[in-house]
Design a protein. Structure first.
Lengths: 293, 275
């Protein structure tokens, strides 16, 4: 029942509490100190929670059109959508890493007025309905948007209805996951290592690059995984900002939604593909990233 | 050292898989809902003869303005009643009805989407056509791109949005394009007619093929261009009482209002054609 830990760990990362292994100075967990039995007030809700999370998944597998599955999945549109989903989610994760890690550092390691407020703003896309996020992006970066019309007239760049637009929408929704995760890890990591590095003559950027970054790598990896997963499943902001065109902006969630309209069996088949790919990629990441840390 | 390296590994691994499962679930759970079959043998409820309570109406997005007006009229005519609406793509609504959504009345934008409900035997009465709707091109105010015909939409460089083919307005647009042997590549296939219109209202698209009623409802935010090919693709709007209607009596009254003279007046004022 390793699934029991999965959702719990996800929530832990969200609250920025996942710092185990990040700071070498933190006391190590002592297995002997743990009680043998699991307290009932924890076990019962935990099992109910687990069942609640797994039941829809099981229902999906039970009702999946296994017999027609091969036919459903041979259409080129499915593969097109899957390819686009993977490319865009990965690109969005890259954007989130490049912009999000420095932002997390700024929030965790510097003092400036209104920092708490800025931190709240950063997490806003988490609570904002994605469709609202999509409309906001249109108003900001659309052809007629506040910044978008400048992009259009100066560089001839219009983001809506393009694959780049999908990446923008997914990054907008996914980046807060990474920022929160990395910031939580940074807060828990001991700043004295950086201070020691700067005392020894390293610039603050060198200290970040050579000391902080390796220290918080597990947090970054966890944040990246969360962001990638969120981007892969992103629907509302994408369909609002980037529209829906097969091969260009139609990602898997959009394909699933539209297939659901007239062919629920096809939607189920698509969902299974998305699920299988997510699990395969995340399981693969475990071996490549986590052993390195 | 090895112990907590392993711990970190495991934490990250389970985090990722857990999140993936969560996200995949959120995208898929509605799919398993709609495939669940309803028990069709349940008897119709004996509801009170007096019209009261809440009527829940699932109606095509294009009916939003006129049905909202009719809902207010209904509440005025029958004190103690309340009409709540769910407007959306007809196919989405049909899927939620067959999935067991508690609705009294379904008004669809095409017989095809109504058939999804009647095929599952979820309608209590045979659907009857209450209005028809014709397509129109919505362009930016002042029509800066000089769109005068359906053919003009195929000009390169023009950003056109259509409804997805699974949605009635998209199916109708495709029918009109096929009938005039035109090939149009839009920038996006939108999930319902209002989304398509919104893209023009926000000036992100140059034109959209939507219903006459939508152009009228948008007022000065878009400019309508009629095209003769739309005569080949007029949509019938059927309305039906649903089998599992929680408030069948009031629902019947609402359908009667929609089909009445004053109901038809509201609808034609919004740009609908008489059946």
């Amino acid at each position: 029942m390793t699934e029991l830990d999965k959702s719990g760990a996800a929530a832990e990362v969200l609250t920025g509490g996942d710092t185990r292994g990040a700071g070498p100075r933190r006391p190590r967990a002592r297995p002997g100190a743990r009680g043998r039995g699991v307290p009932l007030p924890l076990l019962v809700p935990a099992l109910v929670g687990l069942a609640f999370l797994l039941l829809p998944l099981i229902a999906l597998l039970v009702r999946a059109p296994w017999r027609t599955l091969p036919d459903q999945l041979t259409s080129p549109e499915v593969w097109q959508a899957l390819q686009l989903s993977l490319i865009c989610a990965t690109a969005a994760t890259a954007v989130s890493l490049v912009l999000g890690v420095p932002l997390a550092w700024l929030l965790a390691r510097t003092e400036f007025p209104g920092r708490g407020f800025v931190r709240a703003l950063v997490t806003l896309p988490l609570v904002l309905p994605p469709v609202v996020g999509g409309v906001a992006l249109l108003l900001a970066l659309g052809r007629n948007g506040v910044v978008g019309q400048l992009l259009d007239s100066w560089f001839g760049i219009t983001l809506p209805f393009t694959t780049a637009g999908v990446v923008v929408a997914e990054s907008f929704v996914a980046m807060p996951f990474l920022v929160i995760s990395v910031e939580g890890t940074l807060r828990a990591a001991d700043p004295r290592f950086e201070e020691a590095a700067t005392t020894l003559g390293a610039s603050r950027f060198t200290a970040f690059r050579r000391v902080t970054l390796p220290l918080i790598m597990p947090g970054i990896a966890a944040g990246a995984v969360l962001a990638w997963a969120r981007a892969l499943g992103e629907f509302g902001a994408t369909i609002t900002f980037a529209g829906n065109f097969p091969g260009r902006t139609q990602t898997m969630p959009l394909a699933v939604y539209l297939a659901l309209q007239n062919d629920p069996a096809a939607a189920l088949a698509l969902s299974l593909v998305l699920l299988a790919v997510s699990i395969a990629v995340l399981a693969g990441l475990r071996d490549r990233w986590m052993t390195a840390s | 050292m090895t112990r907590y390296t392993r711990r970190t590994r495991r934490t990250l691994q389970v985090t990722g898989v857990g999140v993936a499962a969560l996200l995949a679930l959120s995208a898929c759970s509605s799919g398993s809902d709609s495939s669940s079959k309803k028990d069709s043998s349940s008897a119709s409820k004996d509801s009170a003869k007096k019209v009261t309570g809440t009527v829940t109406v699932f109606a095509a997005a294009s009916l939003k303005e006129s049905f909202t007006t009719l809902g207010k009229d209904f509440e005025k005519a029958h004190p103690g009643t309340k009409v709540t609406f769910s407007f959306g793509g007809s196919d989405t609504l049909a899927a939620s009805i067959t999935g067991g959504a508690p609705a009294d009345v379904f008004a669809a934008a095409s017989p095809k989407t109504m058939a999804i409900v009647t095929d599952k035997k979820d309608a209590a009465t045979a659907p009857s056509t209450f209005v028809r709707n014709q397509l129109e091109i919505a362009t930016l105010p002042g029509n800066p791109d000089k769109v005068a015909s359906l053919k003009d939409l195929t000009k390169s460089g023009l950003k056109v949005v259509l409804c997805d083919k699974t949605v009635p307005c998209g199916a109708a647009a495709q029918k009109a394009l096929d009938a005039s042997k035109l090939k149009l590549t839009p920038v996006s296939y939108e999930q319902d007619v209002k989304s398509a219109l919104t893209k023009v209202e926000l000036k992100e698209a140059d034109a959209a093929v939507v219903y006459k009623t939508d152009v009228k409802a948008a007022g000065s935010k878009v400019e309508g261009v009629e095209f003769p090919e739309s005569a080949n693709a007029i949509n019938d709007y059927p309305i039906a009482l649903l089998k599992d209607a929680p408030n069948a009596e009031a629902a019947k009254e609402f359908i009667a209002l929609v089909q009445s003279v004053e109901g038809q007046e509201v609808l034609t004022a919004a740009g609908f054609l008489k059946p």
